[in-house]
Design a protein around this ligand. Structure first.
Ligand SMILES: C[S@@+](CC[C@H](N)C(=O)[O-])C[C@H]1O[C@@H](n2cnc3c(N)ncnc32)[C@H](O)[C@@H]1O
Length: 230
C-alpha cells in the first residue's frame, strides 16, 4: 500500500492490487482518510511519553477497581480478513491468544506473540514492518505507548490499531495527532468471547493507521503492493 499524490494535492491510499481489485472495506468508514505528511520521530516520541504517563494513571486506577475483566476478545474472521486484504499482509501481531489455533485466521502474520511463551510488550524490537495491533483493552495506553516507540525508531513501519471507539479517552487525543488515517466501524463488531463461547457486540470500534516517520509518501503508482512499503 502506498499514498498516491492526486492532482489536487491531497493524498489517498492506493496499491497495485487495489487498482486491479478495488478494496472491500465495508465494515469501516473513513473519518480521516489520509494526513498530508507522516509525523516526525519526535512526534512519535512525544506520543510515547504522553501515553506512558496515561498508562501509569490507568494502572493506578485499575488497582483500585474490583471485579473481573477479560482481555480475550477475538476479532471475527470476516473483519480480520477484510483488514488483512486491505492493509496487509501483516508481518506481526504482537498480542494473540495462547490457544490461537482455534482461530486460524489470527495466524496469518509472519510473527505472532502469545503469552506465556512470548511477551509482545517485552519483545524488543518488534520485527517486521506491517503490524496489526488489537491490544488488551484494559491496557490501551501501555500497548499504544509501546507502538509509538516502535514507530519512532523508524524501520519504515506501518501499523494499524483496532481500538474501542472511546473518543473521550486521553489516549485518543494523543493518538489522533499522529495517526495518518482514522476509520470508524459501521455498527458494532461482534468480537468472540472464548470464555463464554459467544460473540458480543462491545462498543463501536476505531481503526487508527500510523505511517512511520521514514516511510515517506511514496508516489510511484507502478510499485507492486509488496514494493509499496520498500
Ligand atoms: C483484544 S485481544 C486481541 C487478540 C487478537 N490480536 C485479535 O485481534 O483477535 C488481546 C490479546 O492480547 C493477548 N495478550 C495480553 N498480554 C499479552 C502479552 N504481554 N503478550 C502477548 N499477548 C498478550 C491476550 O491474551 C489477548 O488474546
Amino acid at each position: 500500500m502506498t499514498f498516491i499524490d492526486t492532482n489536487n494535492g491531497s493524498l489517498r491510499f492506493e496499491s497495485q492490487a487495489q487498482v486491479v481489485n478495488p478494496p472491500r472495506i465495508e465494515t469501516w468508514f473513513w473519518i480521516r482518510e489520509s494526513a498530508s505528511v507522516t509525523p516526525t520521530a519526535a512526534a512519535f516520541h512525544k506520543a510515547f511519553a504522553q501515553l506512558g504517563h496515561l498508562a501509569e494513571l490507568a494502572a493506578a486506577r485499575s488497582k483500585q477497581r474490583q471485579g473481573s475483566y477479560s482481555d480475550e476478545w477475538i476479532t471475527p474472521e470476516a473483519v480480520y480478513r477484510e483488514l488483512e486484504a486491505f492493509f496487509g499482509p501483516w508481518d506481526l501481531d504482537p498480542c494473540v491468544p495462547s490457544d490461537c489455533g482455534q482461530w486460524p485466521w489470527l495466524l496469518g502474520p509472519k510473527t505472532v506473540y502469545a503469552l506465556p511463551d512470548s511477551d509482545g510488550l517485552a519483545s524488543d524490537p518488534w520485527p517486521g514492518r506491517t503490524i496489526f495491533l488489537n491490544p488488551p483493552y484494559s491496557q490501551v495506553e501501555l500497548w499504544m505507548a509501546r507502538a509509538m516507540l516502535e514507530l519512532a525508531r523508524g524501520g519504515r513501519r506501518f501499523l494499524v490499531a483496532l481500538l474501542p471507539a472511546s473518543v473521550d479517552r486521553g489516549w485518543f487525543e494523543v493518538l489522533g495527532r499522529v495517526a495518518t488515517s482514522i476509520a470508524a466501524s459501521r455498527g458494532r463488531i461482534r468480537f468472540i468471547d472464548p470464555a463464554q463461547g459467544r460473540t458480543a457486540p462491545r462498543a463501536g470500534s476505531l481503526l487508527l493507521c500510523f505511517h512511520g516517520p521514514d516511510l515517506g509518501l511514496a508516489i510511484d503508482p507502478n510499485e507492486t503492493k509488496e514494493g509499496a512499503l520498500s
